[in-house]
Ligand binder design. Structure first.
Ligand SMILES: Cc1cc2nc3c(=O)[nH]c(=O)nc-3n(C[C@H](O)[C@H](O)[C@H](O)COP(=O)(O)O)c2cc1C
Length: 361
């Protein structure tokens, strides 16, 4: 096991900062505590594929290879943005990067704000040498654009990390629950538009597990973002994660009330796809196996992200992570075979999903 269960809060020896200690707490809590949303589900279990006893393709015909923002990936599975900034985060990032390279998957890094403040933490994020051939995504809280971070800083991050795109996360509820969180979200869309126009690299916008409503998805694409990850509810709940960090019982009660908050991932995805038909959509939040991945692709995602299960596997080691990814990809491959889809793009054309209430997609 990577993390010492007795280490609750401490200042990381390498960076010596509160941000670093928060990152390690986030890792520990995500690995050891129950951080699942409660009272809201991703929605993938509400859908089942119509099995095709006669798929009319060979299993060997099934290919997972696809595209993400102009680059090739060997499968439409994305390692969602998670961590960086501490020694423990570095170990996790290196394991994730080795898995990304081995399986040809795109990989997101955790929020890189600390890197702007403390350049010496670069090695904890800098995994390009371990994953030279996959799309690598840097990450920042979008709210940082309201707090002095501009195009130059974003360019600097992409250059330092040799990253292909910048992911901005929208996390108003998480910031509101954090002590001294950054809650100045006013006027952010215009700043995102300015960044998209000037960065010279794709900007992706995601939530962190409460979903993005379809009208906001449309406004983000109008602002120039290259892709939106709806990052819906039903998986890791960041109000639950923050609740585990709280010592004040009143704030912990408030956080607990939001365990069921958010737009279920499947619902957010279906609405986003209908509102933005030709745009690049990523689905994440509560995706837990390769069959969920196949469902998300069929419901309109171009790529599908997973965070919590992969960080837990990575904490157990390279082998556990490799096995987890291998299982997910094999589940996806067999699901595609059993619905007669030999290509990822065929899923939306050939696969049939039926909802629990009887309606077909
Ligand atoms: C340990 C951990 C750290 C995370 N840190 C970030 C982050 O820095 N930036 C970000 O955009 N999302 C972050 N997330 C959110 C994930 O990218 C994802 O949106 C969310 O966990 C829902 O996906 P899941 O249900 O598969 O975990 C983090 C998730 C985990 C588990």
């Amino acid at each position: 096991m990577l993390l010492n269960a007795t280490v609750k809060t401490r200042t990381d020896t390498k960076t010596g900062s509160r941000t670093a200690s928060r990152k390690d707490e986030h890792l520990r809590i995500n690995i050891e505590e129950d951080v699942a949303a409660k009272g809201v589900e991703s929605g993938f279990d509400d859908w089942r594929f119509v099995h095709r006893a006669l798929p009319e393709i060979d299993l060997d015909d099934v290919q997972l290879r696809s595209h993400l923002l102009g680059g090739h990936v060997d499968a439409p599975l994305l390692i969602s943005c998670m961590t960086g900034g501490t020694e423990q985060a570095q170990t996790i990032n290196e394991r994730l990067a080795r898995a990304a390279q081995a399986h040809g998957l795109a990989m997101g890094l955790g929020s890189c704000r600390v890197l702007l403040e403390q350049p010496d933490v670069l090695p904890t994020f800098d995994v390009r040498a371990l994953a030279p051939d996959v799309p690598l995504l840097a990450n920042l809280g979008a709210v940082q654009l309201n707090l002095g971070v501009g195009i130059d800083e974003c360019r600097h991050l992409l250059r330092a990390l040799r990253a292909d795109a910048l992911v901005l996360h929208l996390n108003p509820l998480q910031e509101a629950l954090q002590t001294s969180g950054n809650t100045a979200f006013g006027g952010l869309l215009a700043r995102i538009a300015t960044l998209c126009a000037g960065l010279g690299a794709p900007v992706i916008v995601k939530e962190v597990g409460w979903g993005i409503a379809d009208d906001i998805v449309v406004r983000l694409f109008d602002a120039g973002v290259a892709a939106v990850d709806v990052a819906g509810a039903g998986g890791t709940s960041w109000s639950e994660v923050e609740r585990h960090r709280m010592t004040d019982p009143v704030r912990a009660r408030v956080a607990g009330s939001f365990a069921g908050w958010g737009i279920p991932t499947a619902e957010a995805l279906i609405r986003a796809r209908s509102a933005a038909p030709g745009s690049v959509l990523i689905a994440s939040g509560g995706v837990r196996d390769g069959i969920d991945v196949a469902k998300a692709l069929t419901l309109g995602a171009d790529s599908v992200g997973i965070a919590g299960p992969l960080v837990r596997a990575a904490a157990a080691g390279d082998e556990a992570l490799d096995e987890t990814v291998t299982v997910i990809l094999e589940e996806l491959r067999l699901a595609m075979f059993c619905v007669g889809a030999s290509r990822v793009a065929d899923l939306q054309r050939d696969a049939h999903l039926v909802h629990r209430d009887g309606r077909a997609l």
